[in-house]
Design a binder for this molecule. Structure first.
Ligand code: ATP
Ligand code: MG
Length: 475
């Protein structure tokens, strides 16, 4: 059994997990870090502008002395856990919260240029090499008398912010892991609801391929898979019966061809080698002729049936015609046979003319086959009735005899190709058992119905319907 579908799905699942992990650890981490930096910078910036406008500018305006400013800034820096510096425009450090001695020193940040912030109020780097590690630096301008005097800088190590981001990231890892595990439920559901049924369907389909149509899929869910299983089972069933039918058909055909051929061959050989004396030859030649006629009839019946496939469409030449006239003509053609058997045909026809819409030649064949049967299976001195009645836009044609009848368990089978009841096999050797199959095919092609009512030893009646013609004229 191939497992590709399942493997593909599992691979997809693990790929989803791995890609999810990579995504969280790279892109999400990066976005998170930047977002935290931005938020931190924003918070620091508020403080920074506060210091610049309330303290540093006071110093520049002369309201506050440098040591006082220094002590304020030191307090704030301890409180905020940051390093705060006040620098001049050129970068000279005036106050540094980390350096109490700064007032006595003259330190300048080399390379300092406020333009390096590039329009932003913060940057993340080692701030002109003044730190060993990366720092977030926020600045605010100190103005006094509408002039820029310097800048307040607040520095915070990025590692402080990163530790926050790692905590958040851990939460995200745990959440992702939970999602990954929950997604496993989807795998389980897929296995139970999709994969297993598909495997089952595939294995039964394999059995069907190998000709074992007895297997059932046994999936009855009301979804597409249930529908597929049902369709496949139906198809297998159809194939099975088709195969059965075909096998039966071929064996019947071979049987029905072989027996006359064997007897023909036997008699001819006997005539040729003199086993049958000259004066007896006529009798056996007549048997040969009889058998040849039977073969001929069999062949034309088979050819006729071949025109009506079990699913193929039969081409009908529809016209309006008088069914009563067709019945009268058919009855006439049986006159000779009837005389021989002392059988009379009684016609009870509705009206003078009764127009129906159907294929004339084919309906004539139906009446012929039914009458032929009625005569064949009637005892001498009996009567056959052919009747037409009109009801609800339909014409009912009935062919009724008081002959041998059909046994109950054979009633359904008489429509099958080559079917003959045991009794009649003996009675009518010439019959092929195809007559009624042809009748049924013709009636079905017309979308009409045919029924049989029969009691063994009492008689048989075949009734079929036809469409009453809308116009009372021949077309
Ligand atoms: P064919 O019609 O090819 O000469 P057939 O008459 O034996 O052969 P069908 O017409 O198909 O074949 O009939 C099938 C079988 O049904 C007959 O052999 C017979 O056993 C039974 N049957 C048909 N019609 C009647 C009937 N009117 N009375 C009794 N049995 C009948
Ligand atoms: Mg027949």
């Amino acid at each position: 059994m191939r497992r590709t579908l399942y493997l593909k799905f599992l691979t997809g699942y693990f790929l989803f997990g791995i890609l999810g992990f990579i995504l969280v650890s790279t892109l999400t981490h990066q976005i998170l870090k930047e977002e935290l930096q931005r938020q931190e910078a924003h918070a620091l910036y508020t403080e920074c502008t506060e210091i610049a406008s309330n303290y540093a500018s006071n110093y520049y305006s002369g309201y506050m002395k440098l040591p006082e400013l220094h002590s304020h800034i030191q307090t704030l820096s301890t409180y905020m856990n940051t390093r705060i510096r006040v620098v001049g425009v050129s970068g000279r450090v005036i106050i540094d919260s980390d350096d109490p001695e700064i007032l006595a020193k003259d330190i300048e940040i080399s390379g300092f240029d406020i333009g390096d912030f590039g329009g932003n109020y913060y940057m993340a780097n080692d701030f002109y090499h003044t730190f060993d590690e990366q720092h977030l630096t926020v600045y605010a301008t100190v103005t006094s008398n509408y002039k820029v005097r310097g800048y307040v800088l607040i520095h915070k190590p990025l590692s402080d912010i990163a530790s926050n981001s790692y905590q958040l990231l851990n939460v995200m890892y745990v959440t992702s892991l939970l999602i990954f595990l929950l997604a496993f439920i989807i795998i389980l559901m897929f296995t139970l609801l999709v994969y297993r049924p598909i495997r089952k369907i595939a294995s039964v389909a394999d059995a069907y391929i190998n000709g074992d149509f007895s297997q059932k899929i046994d999936i009855h869910s009301q979804d597409e898979l249930g529908h597929l299983a049902e369709a496949l089972e139906y198809m297998a069933n159809e194939l099975n019966t088709l195969e059965d039918d075909q096998r039966k058909f071929v064996s019947n055909v071979s049987h029905d061809f072989r027996s006359p051929l064997t007897s023909i061959k036997g008699y001819i050989e006997a005539i040729l080698d003199g086993t049958i004396p000259y004066e007896m030859q006529d009798k056996y030649l007549n048997i040969i002729l009889f058998e040849t006629e039977r073969l001929n009839k069999l062949t034309s019946s088979l050819l006729e049936l071949n025109k009506y496939g079990s699913h193929g469409k039969t081409i009908l030449y529809i016209s309006n015609f008088d069914i009563n006239y067709i019945i009268r003509m058919t009855a006439l053609s049986f006159e000779g046979t009837c005389k021989e058997k002392y059988i009379s045909i009684e016609l009870i026809l509705s009206g003078q003319k009764l127009y129906v819409t159907a294929d004339l030649a084919k309906i004539q064949q139906v009446i012929y086959n039914l009458t032929d049967n009625a005569i064949k299976f009637s005892s001498p001195d009996s009567s056959i009735t052919i009747e037409t009645t009109e009801k609800n836009e339909k014409v009912f044609v009935s062919v009724k005899d008081s002959g041998i009848g059909i046994p109950k368990d054979s009633l359904k089978k008489v429509w099958e190709r080559f079917y003959k009841t045991d009794v009649s096999r003996g009675k009518d050797k010439r019959g092929t058992g195809l007559g009624l199959s042809i009748v049924r095919e013709i009636i079905q092609a017309h979308n009409e119905n045919i029924n049989v009512i029969s009691t063994e030893g009492v008689g048989t009646e075949f009734i079929f319907t036809l469409s009453l013609s809308k116009t009372q004229e021949e077309t």
